[in-house]
Write a protein that binds this ligand. Structure first.
Ligand SMILES: *Cc1c(COP(=O)(O)O)cnc(C)c1O
Length: 399
């Protein structure tokens, strides 16, 4: 009997009732703009910033329009100028090199290892090529941050973290986003808290954050931020920073606050699902599962494995066979960009150098979303299906 999975890989959970109630309250009073407050009122956006700073342990937090905006804003705050080069991961998604390009800079890609981490040896070799590293914790895989930060500090390279997939995660007990000068988060529907679109930026550096707050469109209302640097940090900067509007509104912030409070429990639920998948795929024929370092506290909102050195045709066969049984795998090796998946060689505006060692890994990456609407039994079934289909194709290849 061939079982077929019938769940949806793109269906997230509903917004919690507390978020719906808070959103209704904002709509009923009509003050959706974050600076539209009555005497004595603190806006939902400002409250979210305070709570996010607390949750991550950062001195400062800023709520913005998207994760992509947070990255562009961080690059501008770090004074990345047109014509500059910025190091970033070869294994990431399009908004990352896109944010670099949006400030007129050019991404230089750093390789990926079989553990799906940034290749720290390749990074070391390329550190002299740029002032800034936009480090993408792609699909929640966190590299040895102690080594990375030591290397970047020694070379005078500023680290900006793209934490779109690591909200709620940590390396060696330090929350993701707190290792570099700035951390960028997304609250888009497919990330860890969901406001449709949205982003958050954190930092401990008062000057970087004052620049970001002014840029995000605070006009001279930065005193309505309760997780921002003290007013003296704005005194000169307020004449120097351009306004590049990208604020978050109170409606989104209202939806996000209860979700942020629930995040630790949600992280556990994601990781329970990951555990079932990982157990179900352990020792499977033909595939490589991704090992995780014990210092990495990850948030498993997705699952990856490798079909390393498989032919394109065999991988296409696995994708098609799994899809026929309801399991949607994304492949990072496809010759053309498809849906959300693309890879460095598709980003022609960056004029990337060929990276044969990374190509070998990227060509074998199989990726799948893990929404919380999946039950533990769903995950066990998905593992059985993948295991069986990979094995069938593997055996037919071996003949
Ligand atoms: C989603 C995502 C972003 C950008 O987030 P948006 O809020 O969609 O702009 C950045 N980096 C990665 C790796 C992402 O997946």
């Amino acid at each position: 009997m061939t079982e077929i999975f019938t769940g949806s890989f793109t269906q997230q959970e509903p917004i919690p009732q507390a978020g719906i109630d808070a959103a209704m309250a904002v709509m009923l009073h009509g003050r959706l703009h974050r600076y539209n407050v009555v005497e004595g009122e603190t806006s939902e956006a400002a409250l979210l910033e305070v709570e996010f700073a607390k949750a991550t342990g950062a001195n400062y937090a800023l709520a913005v329009a998207s994760g992509g905006y947070a990255m562009g804003c961080a690059l501008r705050a770090c004074d990345v100028l047109p014509g500059d080069t910025v190091l970033t991961n070869t294994f990431t998604l399009a908004p990352v090199p896109g944010a670099i390009k949006s400030v007129g800079a050019r991404p230089i890609f750093v390789g990926v290892t079989e553990d799906l981490l940034i290749d720290l040896d390749d990074l070391e070799a390329k550190l002299p090529l740029a002032r800034v590293l936009m480090l993408s914790h792609m699909r929640g895989h966190i590299c040895d941050m102690d080594r990375l930060v030591a290397m970047c500090d020694a070379a005078g390279v500023i680290v900006i973290e793209d934490c779109a997939h690591t909200m709620g995660a940590a390396w060696n007990g330090v929350p993701s986003g707190r290792h570099g000068a700035m951390g960028c988060f997304s609250t888009q529907t497919y990330k860890h808290i969901n406001s449709g679109e949205g982003g958050l930026l954190i930092s401990d550096d008062p000057d970087l954050m004052a620049r970001a707050v002014l840029m995000s469109g605070s006009y001279m209302l930065y005193d309505r931020h309760d997780a921002a640097p003290a007013p003296e940090h704005f005194e000169t900067l307020r004449y120097e920073m351009p306004n590049v509007s990208g604020r978050m509104d109170n409606l989104r912030a209202a939806i996000l606050r209860p979700q942020l409070a629930d995040l630790p429990a949600q992280v556990q639920r994601w990781n329970d699902r990951y555990g079932v998948l990982d157990d179900g795929l352990a020792g499977a024929t033909g595939m490589t599962v991704i090992p995780r370092d014990t210092k990495e506290s990850f948030v498993a909102s997705s699952y990856q494995f490798l079909l390393l050195d498989w032919s394109d045709d065999a991988i296409r066969d696995v994708v098609a066979r799994c899809l026929a049984r309801g399991v949607e795998l994304k492949w990072f090796g496809a010759p053309d960009p498809a849906a959300f998946t693309s890879r460095y060689s598709h980003w022609r505006y960056a004029a990337p150098e060929p990276m044969p060692e990374s190509d070998r890994i990227l060509s074998g990456i199989m990726d799948m979303r893990l929404p919380l609407t999946f039950s533990l039994e769903d995950c066990a079934q998905i593992a059985r299906i993948i295991r069986a289909e990979v094995e069938i194709v593997y055996q037919s290849q071996a003949k």
